[in-house]
Design a protein around this ligand. Sequence first.
Ligand code: ATP
Length: 359
Amino acid sequence: MHFTHQNIDEATNLAGNGPNGNRATTKVKEKKRKEREREGERNQILHPLPSMLLRRISTTSFSSLTSPLCHQKRAIPLPNPNDILLLPPSAGCSGLQRRLTFRSSPSCSRMASGFQRTTQEPTARRPSFVPLPPSDADKAELFRGLEAALGSPFSSDPLSPPPNPLIVVISGPSGVGKDAVIKRLREVREGIHFVVTATSRAKRPGEVDGKDYYFVTKENFLSMINRNELLEYALVYGEYKGIPKQQIRDFMAKGFDIVLRVDIQGAATLRSILGDSAVFIFLVAESEASLVKRLIDRKTETSEMLLVRIATAREEVRHMKKFDYVVVNAEGKLEDSVKLVNSIIDAEKAKVRQRSVNI
Ligand SMILES: Nc1ncnc2c1ncn2[C@@H]1O[C@H](COP(=O)(O)OP(=O)(O)OP(=O)(O)O)[C@@H](O)[C@H]1O
């Protein structure tokens, strides 16, 4: 028996008057409830809620051009990409949801009409169709067609923000090749500023004041400390060495990456000041024997000085694990070491979560 609202009511009345009145009433109510449920399901299929419609359009707006429009079980015919219908910005929704809807198939027109109900688009401002150029069209034409379809021009602005300027701390035992690596790095890489360290030690042959170091007297160095002008300083083998703060600030403000060259003690102090905001690279020789030969070949230290440096180097190698990277500067392989340092800086610049320094 097919129930209508009228005969349900009649049956309900009859049952209420008959001998099995209560049971009959329950049966009729149950049928009525099921009928309402079925009715509800049909409405759900035919008239998706506006919020569901919006979600489907937004989650499938791009893939819809090549794949089925909706992820729902009830198959909706694939719309022709040329049938993209553009709604004007005044339509009242946001972004793609406002602009993309489809015509042609019954399901698509249902979606479109659902959209119109949602946005109450006035008839006078009915949208016009903008056909997409075919994919083998002229590049410029296709570009403009895609812009028109999406409703906004394609921006040439960078999609990722520019990387932050870095502070790169290069450290390692005496004689390992810190100066040699940095000198070559400055030749092969642009946009880096090597901080000229202030030192109280005497100039070595070939060194230039203001280029290799700022050579200052011990008295001048002590007054720099008093004026809090140094990021870090230390007394190394009886001589002061320190990093002028202002120089770092000035060059970072211009977008330069900063390279600092410090001994192991200096690196430990900088780590406590800068934490993870800077990159710490430990330069090491391939072996202790190789390091000793390199120091002897340099001919800049007396035997006693060599002894102290080599004994210190033994201790310093243990600090390697506190660094972010280790670069082996092997005998005759200076170029490889420089390449690796260069790659480390490149990788740091490509990080999603950039280091950010504040000094
Ligand atoms: N890969 C390498 N192969 C051979 N010799 C090298 C290499 N790297 C550096 N040297 C040489 O080793 C010596 C020490 O290098 P450098 O002066 O750069 O060391 P450093 O770490 O800056 O030392 P210090 O901390 O004592 O100033 C120099 O004579 C340098 O030319």
